[in-house]
Structures are given as structure tokens and as C-alpha cells.
Design a protein around this ligand. Sequence first.
Ligand code: ZN
Length: 343
Amino acid sequence: MALIPMRVLLDHAAENGYGVAAFNVNNMEQIQAIMTAARETDSPVIVQASRGARSYSDDNYLRHLMLAAAELNPNIPIAMHQDHGNSPATCISAIEMGFTSVMMDGSLEEDGKTPASWDYNVKVTREVVQYAHARGVTVEAELGCLGGIEDGQGAGLSEEEAQDHLTDPEEAGQFVAETGCDALAVAIGTSHGAYKFKKKPTGKVLRMDVIREIHKRMPDCHMVMHGSSSVPQELIDIINQYGGEIPETYGVPVEDIQEGIRNGVRKINVDTDNRLAITGAIRKAFEENKAEFDPRYYLKPARAAMAEVCKARMIAFGQAGHAGGVAKKTLEDMIKVYDMQTA
Ligand SMILES: [Zn+2]
């Protein structure tokens, strides 16, 4: 199947009460892992690339890998999404490169670090919405700031500081109305990367009440949870058992994500868990056969370990079994839908 606009997938998820994991990719093995998991669970998927991934892999390699994934998996709807676009220019270049969805993260200024003003966020998001919707492409926006930094993107807020930058449910309504974005990333106290919480999170630091409140006010708003890896202890244990040194850390429990899904969360960004799975498998392979030097010897188990994580999330988030139900809508179809909205 050709790549589909992400909005089509989010609408189907909302109608059927499920969430969709958005996995980050940088290379062939990661894309293959996601597609294996999607095939085995019959799941529609969101594959996303950060700015860092686009420069690491080069846009052309990424694009052709995605097209190969679509070609080899005609029954799996795939949305290709730019994660954390830092400026309209980044989003426009992604659209030109064939991405079917972009995130304009105007919660930070163009440097990807400084928390931005409301006016700036509205202005750049609207600009991207106008450009993207004219081409049928989906736009995710962000209001509020997450903690941490990933791939050079983030205000570097600590777990405590992130609490001062949560999404305000009242502002969220105004922001969506003013920008016309398709999906809204919300800040609820999570951070990017592996070090989200120092203790198992409670409702005091992982503010699911913010999601419930936004859903109550805007039941049709597709929310996105960033920084939502669960950081499973067993993946950290494998890394540390084979020479790694990952300190004690906690992620977002899958049960909390499921509660989010019951309250309007449709896209859940998962990257760290896959990174942990890959690294653990490679460390284990290195340790078990020190004479081996064929990269396939350690990349194969790494790819398989990531596929297992992807499968578990697809099942937990409810997207499994839904590949066939998603409408076969194209970018051209979505151009008409957006035209009717603005007419
Ligand atoms: Zn993010």
C-alpha cells in the first residue's frame, strides 16, 4: 500500500478506541523490525524520523526504505511522520521528501531548546498547517514542554522543571482552534530519553488528569503522548548483565498509556524501549561469541529484539488486528477533506 496520511489512521483509531505506537527509525533494521511486528499482529503503523535521523541516514535512504516497506507490505497502512520539526522549513522539506505527516514543534524556538511564546507557536503551526493541508499532509503540534533532550531536541528540563511546563487544558482548546492542527502533543510530566522518573511514577508526576481534562473539553482531539517508553526493567537488566551501566530509572507504565488511550490519546511515541532492546541484544551477542565479526551476527538478534518490543506495544495499545480496517485514503482525498473544512 502507498504511504497514507497519518490523520486517516488517527481517525480510525478514535472511531475504534485504540492507540497507535509511533516508532522512530534511523536504519533498515529498525524499519524491518517494525514491519515484522506489524505483519505478525496485523497492525497499521506510524514510522517516524527525527531531524537527527534524517541527517544520520540521509533523507533519500530513509525515503526509499519507507517505500520498500510499503511495497513489501501491501496490506499494512503506513504513515511516515517527521518527529519534532523545529521550523516550517524542516516540515516543508519533509513533505517534499514524501512524508505524509509532520510535527511542527513550536513549543520550542527554532533552536529546539528555548521554550517559545504562545504567539510564536500559533504562528509557525498555522503556517505549517496551511502548507501541509494543501497537500493532504497531517500536522501534529505541541503545547507545553516535555523534560529531557533527545537527538538535540528539548529544553533539557528536569523531571521537576517539566512540571512547570504542562499543557493547560483550557489553552489547548484555543490552540487547536487557532492552528487547525490534526493532533496535539501534550506535556504531562514525561521526558524524552531513558531517564524519565527517578521512582515509579505516581499521579503526582505523571499527570494523566491533564489528558482526562483535555478529552472532556475536546472529545474529538487526537492527543499524542511523547516520551512514552515504558523502560522495562528486563531490558535494562540485559544491558547491565552484559557489561552495560544503565542506572536505576523508570518510564511510563503501559497501564497509564492504556488509560490515556481511553481518554483520547491516539499516538504514542516509543523510541527508548527499542534502543534498549537493540543495545541489550548486541551486548549479549558480543559477549557470547567474541570471535564472531560478521555484523549480521549481532544485527539479526538486535532486529528481532526490537520486533518483540514493537509487537508487545502494538498489542497493548490495541492497534493489532486493525490493519485491514483503515480507510484507503490518499493525500489527494485528504486535500478535499481539508478544503471542505475551510470552505
Ligand atoms: Zn517527542
